[in-house]
Ligand binder design. Structure first.
Ligand code: PMP
Length: 396
């Protein structure tokens, strides 16, 4: 009989990927995925980018490449990061198979069984899933509407030997919240004081619909931060191109890990990503994505205000892809999701975004990027109708 590795005991299927299977039925309105709108993809550019890749790089775009990544992409990423005040040379950048690929490698090289990993509450469930096979102990830090509370971080660092901290500081998945600059400064000070590494996962900061950019924590404490970026939300997730700028010793181990995992990320896709930057296509295309998403977010927020019953409150992010909705005590959003799925509307129940499964029962994550305004209005009306009858005060 086949006996699976001990580590599979810690592994669970992604709740979102399971929900996405259910909701792929025709007629279903999915607020569940963190999925870019198909209309956001620059399909019109693909023949030009492909042509440019083949004429500029020829056979080398189809060849094996170095584990660190395709040279022209790393050079262009270095320029891009410098515009964000992240001082990384091409050599400091490692291209990964999506930022999800990086999260797995981080787990592989940093987590020994039982190590304490500090996370926000709620946190990105894909990070929990990537780290879990390495059997860490998650330490949840108190967070509020502005994200991680620096005092909670300091308490955690005083109390526990933390291996690394994992944060999504900008337009967080799932809550949409953004850490203000003052907190970032304080967090940068604390990770220096306590000499601890922070993984800053930043897939959403380019999707800003209002307000002004906030500097990354990487730009404030570069020697302590592994910064992760991705092309998934600004180009195409199907290409699976992510990247990171990490302190040197961490980068060296990431490269060794990646050699064993996949040798390198698709050369052809990396070359496409390089051309997307070089030709100025990204700079021109990004405002189109924002123009598509901003009205969708406005429509979702307006529909929530119009329809949701008393006792519900939600985030109003300045960008990203998600709104985090919290219901009154007595609401079980997993049950509510079953009821709305029966009426062709799906979302992700909040409990999956907590390291502790007993948390988040009254919360849910709503995605607004993958449905048009009329559909969002309809979905929120159905959700509100189901929510009106769903509360069980005996559970309060
Ligand atoms: N981190 C966060 C916070 C995300 O929301 C996502 C996408 N859902 C990822 C990482 C993974 O993105 P990708 O692998 O497509 O770059």
């Amino acid at each position: 009989m086949l006996v699976f590795a001990e580590r599979t005991r810690h592994m669970t299927a992604s709740a979102i990927r399971e929900i996405l299977k259910v909701v792929s039925q025709p007629g279903m309105i999915s607020l569940a995925g963190g999925i870019p709108a198909p209309e956001s993809f620059p399909i019109h550019l693909m023949p030009r980018l492909t042509e440019a890749v083949l004429s500029r790089y020829g056979a080398s775009a189809l060849q094996y490449g170095t584990t660190e990544g395709f040279g022209p992409l790393r050079e262009n990423l270095s320029v891009l990061l410098k515009t964000m005040h992240i001082d990384a040379d091409a050599d400091d950048i490692l291209v990964t198979s999506g930022s999800q690929g990086l999260l797995d490698m981080i787990g592989m090289i940093l987590i020994s069984e039982g190590d304490a990993i500090a996370v926000e509450s709620p946190t990105y469930l894909g990070a929990l899933q990537a780290f879990r096979p390495y059997a860490p102990r998650f330490v949840t830090m108190e967070s509020d509407d502005e994200g991680l509370i620096p005092e909670a971080l300091e308490e955690t660092l005083q109390r526990t030997k933390i291996k690394f901290i994992y944060l999504v500081p900008t337009f967080q998945n799932p809550s949409g919240r953004t850490l203000p600059f003052a907190r970032r400064l304080e967090i940068a000070r604390l990770i220096r004081k306590y000499d601890v590494v922070l993984v800053e996962d930043d897939p959403y900061s380019a999707l800003r619909y209002q307000g002004t950019d906030v500097p990354s924590i990487k730009s404030l404490a570069p020697e302590k931060v592994v910064y992760a970026g991705t092309f998934s939300k600004v180009f195409s997730p199907g290409l699976r191109i992510g990247y990171c700028a990490a302190p040197k010793p961490i980068q060296q181990w990431l490269v060794v890990a990646k050699q064993g995992i996949d040798l390198h990320t698709s050369t052809f896709c990396q070359a496409l990503a390089a051309e997307y930057i070089v030709g100025g296509h990204m700079t021109r295309h990004l405002p189109r994505i924002i123009d598509l998403y901003h009205p969708r977010q406005t429509a979702m927020l307006a529909a929530l205000s119009r329809h949701m019953p008393d006792g519900y409150h939600w985030t109003r992010p300045e960008g990203g892809m998600f709104v985090w909705l919290q219901g009154p005590c007595g609401i079980d959003t997993e049950k509510l999701n079953e009821q709305t799925i029966a009426r062709n509307v799906a979302f992700v129940p909040g409990k999956f975004f907590f390291a502790d499964p007993d948390q988040g029962a009254h919360a849910m994550r709503l995605n607004f990027t993958n449905s048009d305004e009329t559909t969002l209005e309809k979905a929120v009306a159905i959700l509100a109708d189901a929510a009106r009858t769903a509360s069980d005060p005996t559970e309060c």
